[in-house]
Design a binder for this molecule. Structure first.
Ligand code: ADP
Ligand code: ZN
Ligand code: MG
Length: 479
């Protein structure tokens, strides 16, 4: 990161396309199904045959409304579908049905937690419905247009240009992803492109009120890449401004092998999509009665789960916040508690040890080598005094590295805690014999040396002695 970051401020706005978790497409009955045989989920509507008429998928609208509710948006009782016209081989109709002037909702917000512990709220400009395009599949003999994805329902969530650095943008995306997952609105699978992000970035001198010219980074498919790409782009733009080179409005892409952004196309003047109201669809009406029905069956949202975790498991607000950051993490924690029957210890292990290691390894919770029941099993063994907390950390390290069960590791490495009085006493005798000066000092009243003796005994037993028993027996021997 350049030192010039002090002199400049970045402005970031994000556009997210999220695929809705429906069985069928947005305007026809074809299956919304990933990975099907090429061009098997198609019909006259989604392939743009003359005379074929679209009908709106009610379920898709319901899921979109869930997102609007979860993101505190104002919902329009009557919104308009519009045609977004452009030519591309994966778009046989020559237009996408979208929403333009009157999207179904606007003026939302989302609150995220930053690594500083501070919370920040970002504005959501609008959400609108859209249908996906097809996909060009390039093969050796030529290009095949696969229309299975054409007409699949999407919502596009457009943020205000409220983010000021890559971390804020990353946290915005994670929070949005989390809400959509909690709400069963979108499965959030980024590899399949079901949650994709375009990041708009500009820079300006601090104190400047006008925005600089923005560059758009297209379709980046991981949170980390978005953060990296934004950081790269901020520095690139600052360098250009410093060299008095004009920033041109461009669309760029992230090259994750080279760690740089690359030019896709210049965007001298905005695309003219010649939007106009879709003549084949009547306005989308969302009645207050329908809205109420949807609210009644809304799945638990992160804020609610966070409150429940405090009540049910006695967690602090902070810990509950950490453990509900994603639905997968909350589920992991709940499963670990189910096994361990110890909500506090489970919270500590998940929030500190596990998340720390996952972070360092660049992994998400669903890629954790340690499964929730294995972690629960480890906690049971600590609670039963089979192993000490310290040894447990060694066992956990091994579990994380190999995915093996704690019982096997403890057995194989002979890590079972020593709770046998005779064995502990033998170690104490050895320590006493080796440290006559300290023994004399202790007997002369320097009781603080107790900790020294306990430490030596733990060392002697390679950390495997039961610390409570060591404490007790050392005292007994010395007094
Ligand atoms: P466009 O018409 O080019 O699509 P929009 O005004 O619709 O631009 O904004 C698209 C996204 O870019 C929004 O998320 C918005 O917050 C963001 N954005 C707009 N202007 C800027 C800017 N100067 N710098 C960074 N982001 C911006
Ligand atoms: Zn179809
Ligand atoms: Mg736009």
């Amino acid at each position: 990161m350049s030192d010039l970051r002090e002199k400049y401020e970045a402005v970031i706005g994000l556009e997210v396309h999220a695929q809705l978790l429906t069985k069928s497409k947005m305007f026809c009955a074809c299956a919304n199904q990933y990975g099907a045989e090429i061009n098997t989920n198609i019909c006259p509507v989604c392939t743009g045959q003359p005379g074929a008429l679209p009908t709106v998928n009610q379920r898709a609208v319901e899921l979109g409304i869930r997102a609007a509710i979860a993101l505190d948006c104002q919902i329009r009782s009557e919104s308009i579908f519009a045609r977004k016209n452009y030519f591309y081989p994966d778009l046989p109709k020559g237009y996408q049905i979208s929403q333009y002037e009157k999207p179904y909702c606007e003026h939302g917000k989302i609150t995220v937690r930053l690594k500083s512990g501070e919370e920040k709220t970002f504005g959501i400009t609008r959400i609108h419905f859209e249908e996906d395009a097809g996909k060009n599949v390039h093969a050796s003999h030529g290009t095949v247009v696969n229309l299975n994805r054409a007409g699949v329902p999407l919502i596009e969530i457009v943020s205000e240009p409220d983010m000021r650095n890559s971390h804020e943008a990353g946290q915005y995306l994670r929070a949005l992803h989390s809400i959509l997952r909690y709400g069963d609105i979108c499965d959030g699978n980024m590899e399949q492109g079901n949650f994709r992000c375009d990041a708009n970035i500009s820079v300006r001198k601090r104190g400047e009120t006008k925005f600089g010219t923005k560059v758009e980074l297209k379709n980046i498919n991981s949170f980390r890449f978005v953060e990296k790409a934004i950081d790269y782009e901020i520095d690139r733009q600052i360098d250009m401004v410093e060299k008095n080179e004009p920033i041109r409005q461009q669309t760029r892409t992230w090259n994750s092998a080279k760690n740089i952004t690359e030019l896709m196309r210049e965007k001298e003047s905005a695309h003219d999509y010649r939007y106009f109201p879709e003549p084949d669809l009547s306005p989308l009406v969302i009645s207050s009665a329908w809205l109420e029905d949807i609210k009644k069956v809304m799945p638990e949202m992160p804020v609610q789960v966070r409150e429940r975790f405090q009540k049910e498991y006695g967690l602090s607000d902070y810990d509950a916040g950490v453990l509900t950051a994603s639905k997968d993490l909350a589920l992991y924690y709940q499963e670990a508690v189910k096994v361990s029957n110890n909500s506090k210890a489970s919270a500590n292990w998940v929030a500190n040890e596990l998340l720390g290691r996952l972070n360092a390894a660049g992994k998400e919770i669903d890629q954790s080598p340690v499964k929730s029941d294995q972690l629960g099993d480890l906690i049971i063994r600590i609670d039963k005094s089979e192993i000490s907390g310290k040894i447990a950390k060694t066992v956990f390290e091994e579990m994380f590295a190999t995915g093996r069960n704690p019982g096997d590791i403890i057995k194989e490495k002979g890590l079972v805690q020593i709770s046998d009085t005779g064995a502990i006493e033998a170690a104490i005798d050895k320590v006493i014999a080796a440290n006559p000066t300290q023994v004399a000092d202790y007997k002369a009243g320097k009781v603080k040396l107790l900790a020294f003796f306990v430490g030596q005994v733990m060392k002697e037993t390679k950390g495997q002695a039961n610390p409570g028993m060591v404490n007790e027996l050392v005292k007994k021997k010395l007094d």
